[in-house]
Design a protein around this ligand. Sequence first.
Ligand SMILES: C[S@@+](CC[C@H](N)C(=O)[O-])C[C@H]1O[C@@H](n2cnc3c(N)ncnc32)[C@H](O)[C@@H]1O
Length: 290
Amino acid sequence: METKKIKRPLQGATVQKKNLGKAEGTESHGCGGHSHDHDQAGFNQKPVCKLFENEAFQEICGETMHPGGLELTEKGIALCGLKKGAKILDVGCGKGETAFFLNKEHGFDLVGIDQSEILVEQAKKAYPKLNFQMGDADYLEFPSSTFDGVLMECVLSLCDMKEEVLHECWCVLKQGGKLILSDLYLREPSKSKAMKKEESPIEVKTCMTGALIKEELLTLLEETGFIDIEWMDCSETILSFTANAIMKYGSLEKFWDEMLPEGVNKNLFCDSVCSGKPGYFLLVATKKKE
Ligand SMILES: C[S@@+](CC[C@H](N)C(=O)[O-])C[C@H]1O[C@@H](n2cnc3c(N)ncnc32)[C@H](O)[C@@H]1O
């Protein structure tokens, strides 16, 4: 992937960056002045979540790897009023199913990026005419104001630096462009029990362990410069994933037992995942026109 550092000045975003100063010896692309830990090839060498590369996991998920599938994607698109030919970035595109669907059904011009080399290869093989690239949500290597829409389906919860990721989306969107997000969120955050390091020394990263709190996410979006946020609870979409897993493995515990690496306390994991009452949302937000 080309590693041009693009000058991308902040264009009126009201985002208040916390501790995002440029570290010594690292380059910034100029959008918000944050630094990135890229290697010489320009790609960030942080660990990739292997769960989504697992064929057994993909089978349980079905066509796409987000609850609600393409029907939910279509709901988000319907709220955006995007025209044929619109340029869309699918961040965390996985196997490329959504990109293919949007290109075929709506005639959008799609770019799909994912941090997993295996999934990008899978997407390229399945849909060779579409544009899939390795890429990291923390640092979108596109010029500012490139896309009419940015899509992130069940990806933000996997990102540690949610504030940065949203700001990156804001930067690459054109004015008036649409951000379409769907993801897990905690419906009862006060009851959420995060696993402690001493309980499970192996860190497990899933959409559930990084699930968001509605109010925090809405505040982050507003601070980043997004307006007209339309939020929809779609928690019922989690049911079919859960049902598939139970039908195939007998129980959720057994399912996670198969999916998670050795050394993870599966009971504590399930307890921690269910404790905050995970739900699923779809939202559309707009990058304000100057
Ligand atoms: C739950 S899957 C969803 C895949 C796809 N959006 C879909 O709905 O089928 C999450 C995807 O996000 C990717 N991902 C996670 N963190 C990422 C990051 N920082 N940058 C790019 N992709 C990321 C994973 O590799 C995985 O393909």
